[in-house]
Design a protein around this ligand. Structure first.
Ligand code: FEO
Length: 167
């Protein structure tokens, strides 16, 4: 059986992963409406990934005798100033998710739940990768300094293709 405090924080994470998926869908829709086809595709792929993260939490909680609760979600923001504003938001959000994954590790250690601690390490590594990939995108945008956003958008489309091939 799952320790109650561990279960509580894992259930809270279901909501965060589901919200992440919706947030990236909202961003993808904004990108599509503003002519950033490559960025939209990248964000749709991210949204799908977040959905699979949510499913991992649901499956694990139920598997360990807990009760996965499917949450209501708040509306994600639909408007962004520009493409840089959008990616800064993604980065801020991923850092927030990394902090919440680290909080889960902390609770697992406090409660001596070493199995869940072992299971959550996949997410610890995943967050390192996610932060790195968004930081790379922001670096590219900084290098461009607001120019050639068309090329940036084509470039991000190919980043997505490479990521998909590695899965
Ligand atoms: Fe599932 Fe991007 O955190």
């Amino acid at each position: 059986m799952l320790n109650l405090n561990v279960e509580k924080i894992l259930v809270a994470q279901i909501e965060k992963e589901a919200y992440s998926s919706n947030l990236y869908l909202a961003m993808a829709s904004w990108a599509e409406n503003n002519g950033f086809e490559g960025t939209a595709q990248w964000l749709y792929t991210q949204a799908e990934e977040e959905h699979t993260h949510m499913l991992r939490f649901i499956a694990y909680i139920n598997e360990r005798g807990g009760k996965a609760i499917i949450p209501a979600l708040k509306q994600p923001p639909m408007e962004y100033i520009d493409i840089r504003d959008l990616f800064e938001y993604v980065f801020k959000h991923e850092k927030y998710i990394s902090d919440s994954i680290n909080d889960i590790v902390g609770i697992c250690i406090d409660e001596k739940d070493f199995s869940t601690n072992n299971w959550i390490q996949w997410f610890v590594n995943e967050q390192i990768e996610e932060e790195k990939s968004v930081r790379n995108i922001i670096d590219k945008l900084n290098l461009l300094g607001g120019h050639s956003l068309y090329l940036f958008d084509k470039d991000i489309m190919s980043m997505r293709a490479v990521a998909n091939n590695q899965q």
